[in-house]
Structure formats: structure tokens, C-alpha cells
Design a protein around this ligand. Structure first.
Ligand code: B1M
Length: 213
């Protein structure tokens, strides 16, 4: 089974998008744990890609192919994470902040939140402050989830929270933040209600946010 994890991880690193669906299906039918596939193969593979990119060993086109490969594997896993028996735990509006196109982490967090019974509305990437606040006003979600992967875009989260306050919307919605450059300290400084390091922490956080409302 660990060979299958290694093979999928290698598939991500080398952008084997033609083979990834079959490899993922085979691993699942052989009983490999879904969390292992996500964490030890797909996320671990993207971490290697990130390191290679930092060292100029690969460039944006290779990162894109690997990203596409991960997305294809996640599409296979997605339906298996849904538990039809779970009741609606609340509505979450989720998006990646302005200037940021990274969505694999956000999409993964959405999948796990949906699997845990939340109704998640995905606003997509590169979302402006105005769009976030407009949608909060319109949809009145329990939680607004903000994702950022770039140190240059994480500051947008503060702008969203400040604008929610200015518009009198902040008290009606919990705001949770996440993404690789975010940490607990930053999350507190910008006045969010919490930080999720990964998808399972995001679920714990979301449950806590809804209970406190
Ligand atoms: Co980009 N990129 N990228 N990239 N990219 C990073 C983030 C980088 C760290 C790579 C590096 O240099 N090592 C670096 C950022 C450096 C920095 O800011 N300090 C970087 C850069 C520089 C760039 C460009 C500027 C490159 C360029 O053009 N020269 C450019 C920017 C484009 C833009 O957004 N404006 C760019 C472009 C891209 C691609 C488009 C090619 C592609 C994204 C494809 C896509 O998402 N559709 C890409 C990729 C794939 C990466 C890396 C390699 C992988 C990201 C990823 O998908 N990780 C990344 C390096 C890395 O992170 N190791 C990198 C897997 C994913 C599951 O993890 O997104 O962290 P993550 O999500 C996690 C947690 O963070 C958390 O849960 C998830 C699951 O555990 N989480 C939340 C995320 N959101 C959450 C929200 C929550 C709670 C938890 O609540 C709301």
C-alpha cells in the first residue's frame, strides 16, 4: 500500500495526469485510506513541487500540470467523502482572496467541510473585498472562509474583515482564515475568529464557530 502512496505522490510530482485517475481508483479499491492518499500522496507531492519551484528546478508550467494532476485525483475522492446521513451543520461562504489564484487547498477544505455536513458555497479565486462583503450581505452565511497562499495577498484578509465591520456585517458572521502563509498570530492580529492549519482543523474550527453563534 505504501508503494501505491509513493506512486501517486510521484505521479503528482511528475505531472502524470493521464495515469493519475487509474492509480487513484486502484489505490481506493485496494483499500488505501483516503486521508493517506490526500495527505501523504497529493499534499506531500505538492510540497515537493513547491520546494522544486523555490530552487528554480521547475517553473510555473510544471506547477500547473501537477496542480491539474492533484485536481483529477481529488475529483475521484470527492464523492467518497460525502456522508448522506449528515444533517446540515450551517452555511459557509468560501473563497480565495484578491490577487490569488491558488485553489487546491481551498477546494480540499471545501470537500472535507461538505463531507462533515456543512453547506459550502464556493466563491472561487481572486475574490475582491467588495464581492466578499456583497455575498455575505446577500447569503448571510454562518461562516466566511478566506484562503490565501501568497504573502502578498494574505493582507487582503484584513481588508475583508475591516470592510465587514464598516458595513455593520461583522457581528453576523464568523470569519475563519487559512492557507500556507497564515498562522495563529496573524489570524488574531487581523481580527478573525480562527485559523485552520489544514482541512481537518478547518472542520473543528467551523464546528466551534457555529456552536458559538
Ligand atoms: Co504558487 N506559489 N504561485 N502556484 N504554488 C506557492 C504558494 C509558493 C509557496 C511556491 C514557492 O515559492 N515555494 C509561492 C508563494 C511564495 C510566497 O508568497 N511567499 C508561489 C508563487 C510565488 C506563485 C506565483 C507568484 C509564481 C509566478 O507566477 N512566478 C504564482 C502566483 C499566481 C497568483 O495566485 N496570482 C503562482 C502560481 C501557481 C500555479 C497557478 C502554477 C499553481 C496553483 C494552481 C491552483 O491552485 N489551481 C501553484 C501551486 C500549485 C503552488 C504550490 C506548489 C502548491 C500549492 C498547493 O496546492 N498546495 C505552492 C507551494 C506549496 O504550498 N508547497 C505554491 C497543496 C494544498 C493542499 O495546500 O493550498 O496550503 P494549501 O492548503 C492547505 C492549507 O494551507 C489549508 O488547508 C489546505 C489542506 O491542508 N488551507 C486552509 C488552505 N486554505 C484554507 C482555508 C481555511 C482553512 C485552511 O479556512 C478558510
Amino acid at each position: 500500500m505504501s508503494e501505491q502512496i509513493e506512486a501517486i505522490k510521484d505521479g503528482v510530482i511528475n505531472g502524470k495526469h493521464k495515469e493519475i485517475e487509474d492509480m487513484t481508483k486502484k489505490a481506493i479499491s485496494d483499500g488505501v485510506d483516503l486521508n493517506k492518499i490526500i495527505n501523504e500522496a497529493l499534499i506531500a507531492g505538492m510540497d515537493v513541487i513547491g520546494e522544486k519551484f523555490s530552487k528554480n528546478e521547475i517553473f510555473v508550467p510544471e506547477m500547473l500540470v501537477s496542480a491539474r494532476t492533484v485536481k483529477m485525483a481529488l475529483e475521484i475522492i470527492k464523492p467518497l467523502l460525502k456522508d448522506e446521513e449528515i444533517v446540515d451543520r450551517g452555511t459557509i461562504l468560501m473563497g480565495t482572496v484578491k490577487g490569488d489564484m491558488h485553489d487546491i487547498g481551498k477546494n480540499l477544505v471545501i470537500m472535507i467541510l461538505e463531507g462533515a455536513g456543512f453547506n459550502v458555497i464556493d466563491l472561487g479565486v481572486d475574490m475582491s473585498v467588495e464581492m466578499f462583503t456583497q455575498k455575505v450581505e446577500e447569503i448571510k452565511p454562518d461562516i466566511l472562509g478566506l484562503s490565501a497562499l501568497l504573502t502578498t495577498t494574505m493582507t487582503e484578509m484584513k481588508n475583508v474583515i475591516e470592510t465587514l465591520e464598516e458595513k455593520g456585517l461583522r457581528s453576523g458572521v464568523k470569519v475563519m482564515v487559512g492557507g500556507a502563509p497564515i498562522d495563529e498570530k496573524f489570524a488574531k492580529e487581523i481580527g478573525s475568529d480562527g485559523y485552520g492549519k489544514d482541512a481537518s482543523e478547518a472542520v473543528r474550527l467551523a464546528r466551534g464557530c457555529v456552536e458559538k453563534k
